[in-house]
Design a protein around this ligand. Structure first.
Ligand code: PLP
Length: 370
């Protein structure tokens, strides 16, 4: 399966056994507990779960794991080229588990490159989970590593400026975590470029329809075992129904991303020539995200769109627009927003699957109101 093309794997990974089971759609297992007549054998398996081993089909208790979620984990690990994946209730639950895992080993220092997703920035800047951050740049990462550094954390393309980090250029001896939410494994597979841990807010492109929250970490099996222990302790599991929707979302991910990326490229080209737009931000890897600075009032644009959905979040089938300064990055202090290049006139567009002409007509009329 790993030898096949990504589009094929997106459809089939995590479902290899279905035909032999006589099934087409993945079964949804809603069990909270898993019966057994052999409690001695269960005790042995529970000891394994305590060390973070994935118990598979019959995980003893629902907080230990879930077979439907397991299918999504298998599929996402396959797409990212990772040994394992561990799913969580949200992207922030996934990030928290990574931070708690390294902090529990006495490695509570994180070196991170801004800009980052607003709440990620907030958790690191405030030390809410007991970590300490040093803000760095790719060039100075090595210098900022300490004895107690547990993670290097970057986002690429970053939220919301779409600035990119050269992952291959990161040369450090501590685990490197890349938030790959904006790129998806369709456009970028950080593990192939030397990263150790890949994080997704599955809420965005992986789910793809704006109707499921989730998070997932793709990594080596050793780190995955530690994450499963933290997940069992903190209970931030992905719900099985969400696991089902995310597995289904993965099957159309390459098609959705390619189509939206083509539309986004055309919209970026037209925005760059629009008199109401002063700057357009596009990552070199392409993709469905476009950010831009407006000459006039960005809030007037948000108020004037009629087809485009004025909402925070991204990665849905419909096109979404939001103002990072008041929504996704409002939680980041103003001076830090500004130094991170997140200006007050910046708007972030997540392009969906609508026709490009309909989207342009709506953006053009909204820009004329600003
Ligand atoms: C949304 C987002 C998150 C947080 O994910 P949730 O599922 O909302 O918890 C983390 N990183 C990035 C880049 C995001 O866009």
């Amino acid at each position: 399966m790993t030898a096949m093309e990504l589009t094929t794997r997106a459809v089939h990974a995590g479902r290899e056994d279905l035909t032999d089971l006589g099934l087409h759609a993945a079964p949804i297992d809603l069990s909270t507990t898993y019966p057994s007549r052999d409690s001695h054998a269960e005790a042995v398996r529970l000891d394994l779960a305590g060390t973070g081993v994935d118990l598979g089909e019959s995980p003893i208790y629902g907080r230990v794991g879930n077979p439907t979620v397991g299918r999504f984990e298998t599929a996402l690990a396959n797409l990212e080229g990772a040994e394992s994946a561990v799913a969580f209730a949200t992207g922030m639950a996934a990030l928290s588990a990574c931070l708690l895992t390294v902090a529990a080993q006495g490695k509570r220092h994180v070196v991170a490159v801004r800009p980052l997703y607003g709440t990620t920035d907030h958790v690191l800047a405030t030390g809410l989970l007991g970590t300490e951050v040093t803000w760095s740049s790719v060039d100075s990462l090595k210098r900022d590593i300490r004895e107690d550094t547990g993670l290097v954390l970057v986002e690429s393309p970053a939220n919301p400026t779409l600035s990119e980090v050269d992952i291959r250029a990161i040369d450090v001896d501590v685990p490197v975590l890349v938030d790959n939410t904006f790129a998806t494994p369709v456009l970028q597979r950080p593990i192939e470029q030397g990263a150790d841990i890949v994080l997704h807010s599955a809420t965005k492109f992986l789910g793809g329809h704006g109707d499921v929250l989730g998070g997932v970490v793709a990594c080596g099996e050793d780190f995955a075992r530690q994450l499963r222990q933290v997940r069992m302790a903190t209970g931030g599991l992905l719900h099985p129904l969400a696991g089902y929707l995310l597995l289904r979302g993965l099957s159309t991910l390459p098609v959705r991303v390619a189509h939206a990326a083509a539309t986004a490229g055309e919209l970026a080209r037209r925005l760059a020539g629009h008199p109401g737009v002063t700057k357009v931000y596009r990552p070199s890897i392409g993709g469905p995200m476009v950010s831009f600075d407006v000459a006039g009032d960005p809030h007037a644009v948000i108020g004037a769109v009629r087809l485009v959905t004025p909402a925070v979040s991204l990665g849905s089938v419909d096109t979404l627009i939001q103002h990072p300064g008041t929504l996704s990055h409002h939680i980041v202090p103003e001076q830090d927003r500004e130094s991170g290049g997140i200006g007050d006139r910046l708007l972030r567009l997540s392009v969906g699957l609508e026709d490009v002409e309909d989207l342009w007509a709506d953006l053009d009329q909204a820009l004329s109101k600003s």
